[in-house]
Design a binder for this molecule. Structure first.
Ligand code: PMP
Length: 405
């Protein structure tokens, strides 16, 4: 838990929270988090002082850049406790990480094989598998959710057979913030020799991740959701699995030798990282990781949980309030609807009072269709949000409801 002084210190590191003239409240952290000054300054310093490409030349600037980039890879390895540096692949985001895996794995998916996802996935973790299943004539199977929004593990166990080649599931759902029982899922999947991909987009800044302990085959996330720059993602994959992957994109940086007869590819991680990477972003990531390590994910988690519980408590007083879902599996995200109020109308009105919330289907239309709703209002917390902000939000929410009702 953070002290009042620590929260003040944290908020001071985020320029947007200070310079924002409208004094607005940012509760859309599940979409992207704000950036601390040390990330911004590091990116600026890279462009001002040592901008150059990586792995291309022998000059001193290239050496600098290369060292910093590999330092970030090393820090990311420690951050998620990967076994080898080569298991950390830089991508453009979670979306590309999942697409990369789907592309590379398609070679091993045969007709009538099964791929399993859940009903609550983000579109990024649905469509690549839908396309792959259609192309390879495989089956896409879906784990249903129960009335509490939790995965139906009994059905999941029934879906798993020797035909299951991959299960791809979010660690925390972006719609409702539900923590999925991934330990159980990974153990069950491995008993059936299936690979497991965990989409960690909504967990990475909130839960300590230890990929060796989890024993998942892949863990993917976006850096922009953990106080780092946009346009950068991570694909963690077990070395023994990634070693079997064919190249995904082809071009510079991923080859050992090219001639017109045959091209020899580099080993990991470069085999899967063709072209110039997001160097500035990768270098800036180091500072985002430092922030999370310095304040401790465990403390961040308990502080964000306190915010969430407080928000649930006061929102529950509102007439016609439906919270998805008021249970112990929730983390840092609160999704709700209010009877006879459209989420867009409420979101737009709250915006007039300088409060940023997310409305709509949150890139997860299947679960909305299943619940027969056209969306929700989603508030999501980060380490810099406060109880006072939730009080202000509540005050204006009541004002908006007076207007809309
Ligand atoms: N999966 C989940 C669970 C997400 O929350 C998001 C982002 N909303 C994504 C995937 C896609 O992330 P990105 O757009 O950064 O690739």
């Amino acid at each position: 838990m953070f002290s009042y002084e620590e929260i003040k210190q944290i908020r001071n590191q985020f320029p947007i929270l200070k310079t924002n003239e409208t004094n607005s409240i940012y509760f859309d952290n599940a979409a992207t988090t704000q950036k601390p000054v040390q990330v911004i300054n590091t990116i600026k310093k890279y462009y001002c002082n040592f901008n150059s490409n990586v792995n291309r030349s022998v000059h001193f600037l290239d050496n600098f850049t290369n060292n910093y980039l590999e330092l970030s890879r090393k820090q990311l390895k420690y951050f998620i406790n990967a076994k080898y540096r080569e298991e950390i692949i830089f991508t453009t985001g979670t979306t590309e990480s999942i697409n990369l895996i789907a592309f590379c794995i398609s070679k091993f998916i045969k007709k009538s094989d099964d791929i399993i996802i859940s009903h609550s996935e983000h579109h990024s973790n649905i469509i690549p598998w839908q396309v792959l299943s259609q192309n390879n004539k495989a089956n896409l199977k879906v784990i249903p959710v129960n009335s509490e929004g939790e995965l139906n593990i009994r059905v999941f166990k029934k879906l798993m057979t020797k035909k299951t080649k991959l299960i791809s599931i979010s660690h925390v759902t972006n719609t409702f913030g539900i923590l999925n029982p991934i330990n159980k899922i990974i153990k069950t999947a491995h008993k059936h020799n299936s690979l497991v991909l965990i989409d960690g987009s909504q967990a990475i800044s909130h839960i300590t991740i230890d990929v060796q302990n989890l024993d998942c085959d892949f863990y993917v996330f976006s850096i922009h959701k953990m106080y780092g720059p946009t346009g950068l993602g991570i694909l963690y994959g077990k070395k023994k699995v990634l070693d079997k992957f064919p190249p995904y994109k082809c071009g510079g940086g991923m080859i050992e030798k090219v001639n017109f007869k045959k091209t020899r590819f580099s080993g990991l991680p470069f085999k899967l990282e063709a072209g110039t990477p997001n160097i500035a972003g990768i270098i800036g990531t180091n500072k985002a990781l430092q922030l999370l390590v310095n304040y401790s994910i465990i403390k961040i988690n308990s502080y964000e949980t306190k915010l969430l519980k407080y928000a649930i408590k006061i929102l529950s007083n509102i007439n016609g309030m439906k919270i998805y879902y008021n249970n112990s599996k929730l983390t840092k995200i609160l999704s709700f609807n209010i009877e006879n109020i459209h989420s867009f109308d409420l979101g737009k009105l709250l915006n007039n009072y300088g409060i940023a919330v997310r409305t709509g289907t949150h890139c997860a239309q299947p679960i909305m269709e299943y619940l027969k709703i056209n969306g929700t209002i989603r508030i999501s917390f980060a380490m810099y949000n406060t109880i006072e902000e939730i009080d202000i939000f509540y005050k204006y929410l009541i004002k908006c409801l007076d207007i809309l009702r």
